[in-house]
Ligand binder design. Structure first.
Ligand code: TYM
Length: 336
């Protein structure tokens, strides 16, 4: 039976979703589908415009992401799956919330700092406003719970702050949401540079396993994963063992078991054999997703149809919040 918890999460449009996104976020989205009332998942095309991008490609990448999410197990009839740019309430609430958002705080956000250093051309105001739009994404649905990976923690804190400040100033209209960060798999690391998180923008190509990689490519990346020089080699988590710890946690996530179980199962294994075992299990886990993706991606009309239906459901929920917020803020026609 469905409870009263409303779930929301957002994901950037790219066909290059990786194992970190999959383990840290997408498996949680699928699990949330039956708990959420409703579970709302948004492909954030507006966020994608905050860095250099190609407009025609953006449309393609939204469809790639939609197909990946459905292939992973999201059912557009059981959740609300839609494209951010289809629901204008997100941008309107973003503007309204900017009045209760502290500029200095936006300036200090890690993502803003990192991304503005990486930008070779324009550091846009959109990049600075990114977290306000992210706050609006969640607050416009009065969602209680936000499943994300560890790297979104700071954004979630800002979002809570904005909601609290809004409620203090205009009355208790917004729900202050909580993040849901998994205990294992919230920060999947690059296989080549395990001190860094797995990422298509900041990681290494060989250390980043893509959801759509062919099984032999997945296996090859795991075989080359960096380990450590502990003598004798031991499969356990611990300091100085970022590579092995990462592999243990990945396998535990894939199996739905505990890292300690993986340590026990591989207590006497050699690093090379362990890497092959993890690679084979991950490849077998992702293979059916990739196969379903191919079939789904080929039917663009069906994907657009699913997104349009999702946008209709999303708009109905979002417009209620906007009506209340506009009224409380004295914006627009009276009673509007
Ligand atoms: P995005 O698209 O970068 O990432 C999608 C989700 O994947 C998680 N993730 C990871 N988890 C574990 N290990 C990793 N190496 C790893 N890398 C990424 C992210 O934490 C995220 O949950 N700003 C968001 C999109 C967004 C959003 C929102 C999220 C927009 N509005 C509202 C939640 C609520 C982002 O760029 O995610």
């Amino acid at each position: 039976m469905r409870g009263i918890v409303r779930i929301f999460s957002g994901i950037q449009p790219t066909g290059r979703k990786h194992l970190g996104n999959y383990i840290g976020a997408i498996t949680q989205y699928v699990a949330g589908q039956d708990r959420g009332n409703p579970a709302i998942y948004c492909i954030v095309d507006l966020h994608a415009t905050t860095v250099a991008y190609d407009p025609a490609e953006l449309r393609e990448r939204v469809l790639d992401t939609t197909a990946i999410l459905i292939a992973a197990g999201l059912d557009p009839d059981r959740c609300v799956l839609f494209r951010q740019g289809d629901v204008a309430e997100h941008t309107e609430l973003c503007w309204l919330l900017s009045s209760v958002t502290e500029l200095g705080r936006l300036n200090r956000m890690h993502q803003f700092r990192d991304k503005s250093v990486a930008q070779r051309e324009l550091v846009s105001a959109g990049l600075l406003m990114y977290p306000v739009l992210q706050a609006a994404d969640v607050l416009v649905y009065r969602a209680h719970e936000v499943p994300v990976g560890e790297d979104q923690r700071e954004h979630l804190e800002l979002m809570r702050d904005v909601a609290e400040r809004f409620n203090a100033r205009y009355g208790d209209l917004l729900v202050v949401p909580k993040h849901r960060i998994p205990e294992v798999g919230a920060r999947v690391r690059d296989l080549q540079e395990p001190e860094r998180k797995m990422s298509t923008t900041g990681g290494t190509p060989q250390g980043t396993v893509l959801v759509l990689d062919e099984p032999n490519v997945v296996l090859k990346k795991f075989k080359r994963a960096v380990t450590d020089s502990e003598d004798p080699p031991t499969i356990r988590r611990g300091a100085g063992k970022a590579g092995i710890t990462n592999l243990i946690e990945i396998l535990a996530s894939v199996r739905g078991s505990e890292p300690a179980d993986v340590e026990r199962d591989f207590a006497n294994a050699r690093y090379g054999d362990f890497k092959v075992a993890v690679g084979e299990e991950v490849a077998a886990w992702l293979a059916p997703v990739r196969e379903r993706y191919e079939a789904l991606r080929a039917d663009e009309d069906a994907l657009e149809g699913a997104l349009a239906a999702g946008a209709g459901k999303a708009r109905a929920l979002a417009s209620e919040t906007l009506r209340d917020v506009r009224r409380a803020m004295g914006v627009g026609p009276p009673g509007g």
